[in-house]
Ligand binder design. Sequence first.
Ligand SMILES: [Zn+2]
Length: 640
Amino acid sequence: MSKKFYITTPIYYVNDVPHIGHAYTTIAADVAARYKRLGGHDVFFLTGTDEHGQKVQQAAIEAGKSPQDHVDSLYIRFKELWQKLNISHTDFIRTTEPRHKKVVQEILQDLHDRGEIYKDSYEGWYCMPDERFWTEKDLVDGNCPECGRKVEKIKEYNYFFKMGQHQDWLIEQIQSNEKFILPASRRNEVLGFLQKPLEDLCISRPKERLSWGIPLPFDDDYVTYVWFDALINYISVHGSLADVRASGYWPTSHHLIGKDILTTHAVYWSTMLKAMDLAVPDNIFAHGWWTVNGQKMSKSLRNVVEPNLLIEQFGVDVIRYFLLREVPFGLDGDFSHKALIGRINSDLANNLGNLVNRTLNMLGKYFKGIVPQPDAAGDEDALLKKKCSEVVGEVDKLFDELAFSKILMKIWELLDTSNQYINNTAPWNLAKSEEGKKRLATVMYNSAEAVRVIGILISPFMPETGDKIMAQLGIDTPVNQQGLDSLKQWGWIKAETQTHQGAQIFPRIDDPAAAKLLASIETGSEPEKTEPPEQITIEDVMKLDLRTAKILEAEKVKKSKKLIKLKVDLGNEQRQVLAGIAETYEPEQLIGRTVILVANLKPAKLMGLESQGMILAGSSGKKIVLAGFDEALDLGARVK
Ligand SMILES: [Zn+2]
């Protein structure tokens, strides 16, 4: 019987717009799942959506829908993105499905029957949007420490899960098992958290306050706290507690999560499992967060790295590769399109694409595209085979640690060795002589086999590329059926195989194309054409009524980052002018300066304020400098 492997992503909050962070976790889980399948494991890969809670209820009201209609219209965005990203999940669970609700209620009833849940009064500071209580000392300036919003003091009866009693057990679990929580920094974080007494967990919300949740089976006035509900998805997908025990998929091999939900998994979930008498997961892996171009993720930056858009711009395999190669799994990373293009060119086009291309090219040229029968092996061949078996072994070990970036570096070592093998054996010289031809057959056979091995190893990361490589090699057996077993012995590819050289699998993005792409990404539009400015006549220039003016008053326009409101004096009149210079100038710097005003510009309204003219300034990049004079001039003087 094949070994079972169970991997999960968190269930994503259905109200969120799917972003690069969701994509990252899900791709990582997918790569691990695909690799284990290659190794012959019986893999269960779970993802889904978390659909209960206050924020969903609120958003549904605002959208004028029932909560169920609301979530039905939203969860599909995740499902569709996973399809585009070639995510190979076994199941997609939604917490509003009957199969989930039933199991949550069974578990609650069981825990209640066994005295693990009790009712008590509770007083605390409640953050409505975050749906959680805080203690007095948690608050920051009297507000919610998580979102900064106002909190309310609430006293009410609720149900509690006896989490505190499992504190010593949990510490022992973490200390005795180095792989339980990874990376090590996160493990230490949880141990640090557990130095304070662990309180019991409030697991209910009164229905009068929140109705969109799973009703407690033993008290109809309450629904289940959203985390207690959501975490159980890892079980409910398999059925009841008895079903999950019988499924063979327990304990979970890896729960992949973002570092923001470490406590809920490492502490809440582990103690919940203990109370249910189920084993804790083999591993909880908390990965880092992405910045974009060195900046913290904001709404506008999120749009620039919107996953659907990235797939359109670069292709799905490029995105999958980049996210897992760029940053060690567990650390924070920075996304930049420039770095992405760099990786396409260096790793994918110059290295991988080039190796595939030149191998197929030479097979075509020297053997009519047919993989030749190899002859006796020499030292160069032994080196290539040795490297290959070393990389296959290392990759397998590194997958246990989910060290995706290191795995890719290892595979690229094999790419380098394969490229060197071709350089050192110089097929183009061997082809010149009759006695060289036997050696040439061996070299080309080994090169083809190396490309196959690489195609298998990269296929969990880049499934489409793996398939493309097999198609070019003329191998009909799908990657999955070749499997990791086919890498254990050199020489799986059959002589006489007819290859089919195709297009370069990763074309280079040359500098002008890269510049154009980057410019369009920055502005969110097609790059502007740089045509020489149109020429105008002196009459056109004379149409401009340019006047000197002195700045009398200056103040920033509220809610605008760029605008400053100015009062300027033209000698015979004063005007209000708005200038987009607040990023360069402080209002105080401006008072008393003489500037040039376009006096006959039609007045316009900006941010609800009238602007009667325009101040001339030069700009380069983000820097703006006001145009002015060396010496003083009368106010209102004409400028030509
Ligand atoms: Zn809050």
